[in-house]
Ligand binder design. Structure first.
Ligand code: FAD
Length: 302
C-alpha cells in the first residue's frame, strides 16, 4: 500500500505529493487530467515570484518536479469511490482498487457554465471566470458580470474599480447577494444592474464584442456592446463521488480543519474541492502542503 495517495493532480495535488515524497514515504498520485484547471488558463500573473506564466507552462513545471521524486503517477484515471477498512481504498473507474494508509483529496472544482452560444468559443478571448485573475486584462473596458449572487456582486464591485463600466445580469427578479454587497454595488457610478433577464448569446468575431439577453418581462431581446463577460453562476466542487464518506458543506465542499484533515481519520483534503475561503493556484498549493504535512503527522502517530 501507499503511505500517501493523492487523488487529483492540479496545483493542490502536485504540491501535496511533493511534500509527502520529500518525507521519504511511499507516495502515489492518481488523476484524470494532470494540471487540472491550470490547463485552461492563459496568462497567470498572480503566482507570486513568477511575474508571468501560462497554464500549460506551469503544468509542465509541476509535472517535471513531481517526476523528480519517484512519485507513482497514474494519469488519465478517474476515481469513483472511497472506502475505509484497515486501509483506505480508492476505486478507479476501470475497477482497479488502490490502497493507502492516508489519502489526500484534491479533485478541484469547475466553474458552472451558462451553456449559451459564444461562451465556449470565446473562453479566454473575453469570456472569463475569475475576476482576481483576469480583471486587470479589462482595465478601461466595458464588461458584464452574469450572476447576481454573492460571487457575482463581489466580482462586479471588484471590477468596477478597474474597468470602465460593469453591467450585471441576473436571471431572477431580485439579486441574491447579501444586502451590504448590494448597497455597495448600487453606490458605484459605473455599474448597471439588469434583473429578470436571461443571457442568450455572447457575440464576437475573434474576441468578445457584446452580449445578448432577453428581458423576461417583455420578452424583448437586447444587445450590449462590451469586451468582457465574467460568468459567476457558481463554482462546483468535484466531490459528488464521495457521497457521505467525508463531511461536505451544503454546496459539496469537503470540510477540513487547520491540518487539512477531513471528518474521516486518515483522509485529508486540499485546494478548490474544500471549504477554503478563496480558490487560487497559490492558495491550493499552500493547502496541498498543509494536507501532506497533516498526513505525515497522522502516519507517525498511528
Ligand atoms: P484543480 O486544478 O481543479 O485540479 C483538480 C484535479 O483533480 C485534476 O487533476 C482533475 O483531473 C482531478 N480530478 C477531479 N475529479 C477527479 C476524479 N473523480 N478522479 C480522478 N481525478 C479527478 N488561479 C490563480 O491563482 N491565477 C489565475 O490566473 C487563475 N486563472 C484561472 C483561469 C481559469 C479559466 C480557471 C478555470 C481557473 C483559474 N484560476 C486561477 C483558479 C485555479 O486554476 C484553481 O484555483 C486551481 O487550479 C485549483 O487547484 P486544485 O488542485 O485544487 O484543483
Amino acid at each position: 500500500p501507499y503511505d500517501v495517495l493523492v487523488v487529483g493532480s492540479g496545483p493542490a495535488g502536485a504540491s501535496a505529493a511533493i511534500y509527502a515524497a520529500r518525507k521519504g514515504i511511499r507516495t502515489g498520485i492518481v488523476a484524470e487530467r494532470f494540471g487540472g484547471q491550470v490547463n485552461d488558463t492563459l496568462g497567470i500573473e498572480n503566482f507570486i515570484s513568477v511575474k508571468y506564466t501560462e497554464g500549460p507552462q506551469l503544468v509542465a513545471k509541476l509535472e517535471e518536479q513531481v517526476k523528480e521524486y519517484g512519485i507513482d503517477v497514474m494519469k488519465l484515471q478517474r476515481v469513483r469511490r472511497l472506502d475505509k477498512n484497515d486501509l483506505i481504498e480508492v476505486e478507479l473507474e476501470n475497477g482497479a482498487v488502490l490502497k493507502s494508509k492516508t489519502v489526500i483529496l484534491s479533485t478541484g472544482a469547475r466553474w458552472r457554465n451558462m451553456g449559451v452560444p459564444g461562451e465556449a468559443e470565446f473562453k479566454n478571448k473575453g469570456v472569463a471566470y475569475c475576476p482576481h485573475c483576469d480583471g486587470p486584462l479589462f482595465a478601461g473596458k466595458d464588461v458584464a458580470v452574469v450572476g447576481g449572487g454573492n460571487s457575482g456582486i463581489e466580482a462586479a464591485i471588484d471590477l468596477a474599480g478597474i474597468v470602465k463600466h460593469v453591467t450585471v445580469l441576473e436571471f431572477a427578479p431580485e439579486l441574491k447577494a447579501d444586502a451590504v454587497l448590494q448597497d455597495r454595488l448600487y453606490s458605484l457610478p459605473n455599474v448597471t444592474v439588469l434583473k429578470n433577464v436571461q443571457t442568450k448569446e455572447i457575440t464576437g468575431t475573434d474576441k468578445v464584442n457584446g452580449i445578448s439577453y432577453v428581458d423576461r418581462a417583455t420578452e424583448e431581446t437586447h444587445h450590449v456592446e462590451l469586451q468582457g463577460v465574467f460568468v459567476q453562476i457558481g463554482l462546483v466542487p468535484n466531490t459528488e463521488w464521495l457521497g457521505d464518506t467525508v463531511e461536505r458543506t451544503r454546496v459539496g465542499e469537503i470540510v477540513v480543519d487547520s491540518h487539512g484533515a477531513t471528518s474521516l481519520p486518515g483522509v485529508f483534503a486540499a485546494g478548490d474541492c474544500t471549504n477554503s475561503a478563496y480558490k487560487q493556484i497559490i492558495i491550493s498549493m499552500g493547502s496541498g502542503a498543509t494536507a501532506a504535512l497533516g498526513a505525515f503527522d497522522y502516519l507517525i502517530r498511528n
